[in-house]
Design a protein. Structure first.
Lengths: 606, 142
C-alpha cells in the first residue's frame, strides 16, 4: 500500500480560512491600523496643543503690549499735566510774569528734549468784553503791532492765547486765538473752569496746522483762578477764573514721543470718545505706512478706553505681521505636517505589511494548492507504478514461467536426442529465460524501493554484516575484517541489509583470484554514518565509477558473469531516498574497489 | 487410504502450460486420480453443479484453484463456492503465482486448506504435488 500524501492548509486550499485564522487575521488587521491612527491622533493633539499655546502666547503678548501702551500714555499724560501744573505754579507765584520770564521758564523746561509731542506751553487769558480793547492795546505795546484777538466779532466772553512758548512759526499762528470761540475747545475749557481740574479737549485741528504734516490735535487745560478768591463751587470758580494754562498736543508727535519706536508689531489707533470712525480717529500708528505684504494672518484686535482727565479715548490695538512673525506660528503647522507625514508613513508601512502579508498568504495558499496538486499527481503516479509492478509481477512473469516449463519439458522429452549445438541452444534458451525472470524481479524491486512502509528497529550492524557474509561466503573462500567496530543503532533493517547484501555479493561475485579479503569500517559524520566496504578484487576503472550505478549497467559480458545490472542501481536509490550518497573511492587503476555510502543515524518518518 | 472411491482433482486453471505442468507432475509421480480441468470459475461451477449435458461431479473431490483467471477469478469463485450451500464444504487448495501477503490474507478469509505458490523449480513443484497426494490419501474428505 502506498502512503497517503500529507495535505497542508487543507481548508485554505478551498479559498477560505479556518474560523480561528479568520478572526485572528481580522484582529491583526485592525490592530495594525491602530498604529497610524494613534500617530495621527497624537499629531492632531500636539498640533491642537501647539496651536492653543501659540494663541495663548499671542494673547499674552498682545495684552502685554496693550498694557505697555496704555500705561505709557497714562504716564506721559500725567507727566505733561505736571508740567502744566508747574507752569501754573509759576503763574501763581508770579502773576505778573512777563513774556520774557515765561519764555525763559518754558525754555528751561527743554520740552523738545524732554517732552516730545508737547507743542508748547501757553497761557490763554480770560477776557471780559469791556477789557478786550485794553488787552489788545497792551499786547501791541509789546511790539506786536498787528496783534488782534481772532476770530473777530462780538461775543459775550473772550479768551486769547497770550503766551505760547516756544514761539515758533507754528505757535505764532495761535497768537491771539480765542479758543473759547470754538466749540470743542470751549467744552474742555468750561470743564476745567468748572471743576478746577485739568481737562483734555476732544479732537481738534490746531491752528498751528499748515498744509504739511497735518495732525490731529488735542489740548490740555488747567484753570488759573484769582489767588485769594474762593473756588469751592462752580459759581465761585467762574467768578475767580483768570485764564488757562494750556498745552496743545499734536497727536502723532505726542504718540511718537510716548511710544518711541517701540510699537512696530501692533497697530495703534486712538479715537476721541467712544465712537470709532474716521472723524474721531486722532492717531493711527500705521498711517502713511505701506500695508505689509506679509502672509495672511489672523490679526488680534482689542479695544480699550482710556480716561485721561475725565476724557475718554478709545484705543484700538491690531496686531501686525511682525507680531505674528515673532510668534513661532509655524510651529503648530510644522507639527501637523511632520506628524501627518509620520502618520502617513506609519500607514504606508502598515499597508505594505498587510499587503505583503496578504500577498504572502495568497502566495502560500497558491503554493500549497500547487503542492497538493503535485502531491496528488505523485500519488497517482505512485499508484500507477504500483499497478504496473503488480502487472509486471504477474502478467509478465506468467508466460515466462510457461516458457521455462516448456523448455525443460522439451529437454526431458528429447533426453539423449538433444545433442551438440541443439543442446547448447536449449541451455542458452533456459539461461535467457532465467535472466529475464531475474530482470523482472530486480525491476520490481527497484520500483518498490522507498514505497514500502519501513519499520525502525535497533540493528547491530556488525552482526548484520557478519550474518550476510556467512550466508554468501558459502565456499568459505573469503575473509571479512572489521577495521572499526560497527555501530548498533535504530534503523530500517531490511534496507541496510539489502545494501550490504548487494555490495558483499558483488565483491564475492566479481573477485578474480583468492584469497579474497573484505574490509568493512565506519566513520561518524554527525547526522550520518559513512560505511566503507573495501575488497581486494580487480577493482573498477575510474571511468566507470558513475556508470556502474546506472540501471542495467554491467561491466562484464552477460554470459560471463550473471547479473541483471540492477543491483547497484537499486541500492543507490535506497540510499539516496534517505538523503545519503554512495560512491566509489577514487583509484588510479590499481587493484581493489572501495565503496562508501552514507546512512542516516535517524530515520525520517519511520 | 480413503474409502473406495478415488479422490477426484478439480484443477481450476486457465493457463495451458500450467495445466500441462500439473499433468506432467501427476505422470511423473504416477498419480492416477482423475484430473478434471476447468478453465475458469464458471466452468468449475458447471462441473460441480452439473449442466444440461452432464451430472454434477460426485464426491470426494478437492479443488486446486488458480487465482488469476478470466470471467470469474479465484476470489470470486471462492466467494460463490462458500455461499453455495451444496458445495461450501469443499476442500480448496490455492495454487498460484502470487506471493503477495495481501492476496494470501484475502484468500485465507475463505477457509482454504492451503496456499501453495507455484514454483518454477521442478523438484519443488513435484514436492508440492506429492504433498497434495499425501493429503488426499490421509485426510478424510467431505
Amino acid at each position: 500500500m502506498s502512503m497517503k500524501p500529507a495535505r497542508l492548509f487543507s481548508r485554505s486550499s478551498q479559498g477560505r480560512a479556518t474560523p480561528g485564522e479568520y478572526t485572528f487575521g481580522r484582529l491583526h488587521f485592525w490592530l495594525a491600523w491602530l498604529l497610524p491612527a494613534a500617530a495621527l491622533g497624537l499629531t492632531l493633539w500636539i498640533w491642537q496643543d501647539a496651536a492653543t499655546e501659540v494663541t495663548r502666547t499671542a494673547n499674552e503678548r498682545f495684552q502685554f503690549r496693550q498694557n505697555e501702551v496704555t500705561s505709557a500714555i497714562h504716564g506721559r499724560m500725567a507727566a505733561y499735566e505736571q508740567v502744566l501744573r508747574g507752569t501754573l505754579g509759576l503763574l501763581m507765584a508770579l502773576p505778573e510774569a512777563s513774556r520774557t520770564q515765561w519764555q525763559e521758564y518754558v525754555t528751561t523746561l527743554k520740552i523738545d528734549e524732554h517732552y516730545p509731542g508737547l507743542q508748547g506751553i501757553g497761557y490763554s487769558k480770560w477776557i471780559h468784553p469791556e477789557d478786550k480793547e485794553a488787552y489788545m492795546a497792551h499786547i501791541r505795546q509789546e511790539g506786536f503791532h498787528e496783534f488782534a484777538i481772532y476770530p473777530s466779532g462780538i461775543r459775550p466772553e473772550y479768551t486769547s492765547i497770550t503766551y505760547l512758548e516756544p514761539f515758533d512759526q507754528r505757535n505764532r499762528r495761535a497768537f491771539g486765538y480765542d479758543m473759547w470761540s470754538e466749540h470743542v475747545r470751549r467744552t474742555a475749557m468750561a470743564q476745567a473752569r468748572d471743576t478746577g481740574q485739568t481737562s483734555i479737549s476732544g479732537k481738534v485741528t490746531l491752528v498751528q496746522e499748515t498744509d504739511t504734516d497735518v495732525q490731529a490735535g488735542v489740548l490740555m487745560y488747567l484753570p488759573y483762578y484769582q489767588p485769594g478768591l474762593p473756588r469751592e463751587t462752580v459759581e465761585e470758580r467762574r467768578r475767580a477764573l483768570q485764564g488757562f494754562v494750556y498745552s496743545p498736543f499734536r497727536m502723532r508727535n505726542l504718540m511718537a514721543g510716548i511710544l518711541g519706536h517701540a510699537l512696530h508689531d501692533v497697530k495703534l489707533e486712538i479715537f476721541d470718545g467712544t465712537e470709532l470712525s474716521a472723524t474721531t480717529l486722532m492717531y493711527d500708528s500705521e498711517a502713511g505706512e505701506q500695508p505689509s505684504s506679509a502672509l495672511p494672518y489672523k490679526a488680534l484686535r482689542a479695544t480699550t478706553t482710556l480716561l485721561i482727565n475725565e476724557h475718554l479715548w478709545t484705543v484700538r490695538f491690531t496686531t501686525l505681521p511682525p507680531f505674528h512673525a515673532s510668534l513661532d506660528t509655524y510651529r503648530p503647522g510644522l507639527f501637523l505636517i511632520t506628524g501627518s507625514l509620520v502618520s502617513v508613513l506609519c500607514a504606508a508601512v502598515v499597508w505594505s505589511f498587510t499587503t505583503m502579508r496578504r500577498r504572502a498568504t495568497a502566495l502560500a495558499q497558491q503554493m500549497t494548492l500547487e503542492l497538493n496538486r503535485h502531491t496528488e499527481a505523485l500519488a497517482r503516479s505512485n499508484a500507477e507504478l504500483e499497478t504496473f509492478a503488480y502487472v509486471a509481477s504477474h502478467d509478465l512473469k506468467a508466460p515466462l514461467r510457461g516458457i521455462d516449463n516448456l523448455a525443460s519439458w522439451i529437454e526431458e522429452e528429447l533426453g539423449e536426442a538433444l545433442q551438440g549445438e541443439t543442446r547448447e541452444y536449449m541451455t542458452l534458451l533456459r539461461g535467457r529465460v532465467h535472466r529475464l525472470d531475474k530482470l523482472l524481479e530486480d525491476l520490481l524491486q527497484y520500483s518498490r524501493v522507498g514505497r514500502t512502509a519501513a519499520s525502525t528497529e535497533l540493528v547491530n550492524v556488525e552482526k548484520l554484516v557478519a550474518d550476510i557474509f556467512e550466508l554468501l561466503n558459502t565456499q568459505h573462500t573469503f575473509r571479512l575484517d572489521f577495521l572499526t567496530p560497527l555501530p548498533t543503532f535504530p534503523t530500517v533493517r531490511s534496507r541496510l541489509e539489502q545494501v550490504f547484501s548487494n555490495l558483499i555479493s558483488n565483491a564475492l561475485k566479481y573477485h578474480d583470484h583468492l584469497p579474497g579479503i573484505l574490509q568493512v569500517s565506519v566513520y561518524d559524520r554527525a547526522d550520518f554514518y559513512e560505511f566503507v566496504i573495501a575488497d581486494n578484487g580487480p577493482g573498477i576503472a575510474p571511468a566507470y565509477h558513475d556508470k556502474v550505478f546506472q540501471m542495467f549497467q554491467r561491466l562484464r559480458a552477460r554470459d560471463d558473469i550473471e547479473g541483471s545490472g540492477m543491483g547497484l542501481a537499486i541500492i543507490k536509490k535506497i540510499i539516496e531516498e534517505q538523503g545519503g550518497h554512495i560512491w566509489i573511492e577514487y583509484t588510479d587503476g590499481t587493484r581493489g574497489a572501495t565503496f562508501r555510502f552514507e546512512w542516516p543515524k535517524h530515520m525520517q518518518g519511520g | 487410504m480413503s474409502t473406495a472411491q478415488a479422490v477426484k482433482v478439480v484443477l481450476v486453471e486457465d493457463d495451458l502450460v500450467d495445466v500441462k505442468a500439473i499433468q506432467r507432475a501427476f505422470a511423473t509421480l504416477h498419480i492416477t486420480n482423475p484430473l478434471y480441468i476447468a478453465h475458469d470459475g464458471l466452468e468449475a461451477f458447471e462441473l460441480l453443479r452439473g449442466s444440461a449435458t452432464r451430472q454434477p461431479l460426485e464426491k470426494p473431490y478437492i479443488i486446486l484453484l488458480d487465482l488469476n483467471m478470466p470471467r470469474m477469478n479465484g476470489i470470486e469463485f471462492l466467494r460463490a463456492l462458500r455461499n453455495d450451500a451444496q458445495h461450501r464444504e469443499t476442500v480448496v487448495f490455492v495454487l498460484t503465482t502470487s506471493q503477495s501477503p495481501q492476496d494470501i490474507h484475502d484468500v485465507y478469509q475463505w477457509n482454504i486448506a492451503g496456499y501453495l505458490v507455484k514454483s518454477s523449480e521442478r523438484s519443488r513443484f513435484l514436492d508440492t504435488i506429492a504433498m497434495l497426494r499425501h493429503y488426499w490419501q490421509v485426510v478424510e474428505l467431505p
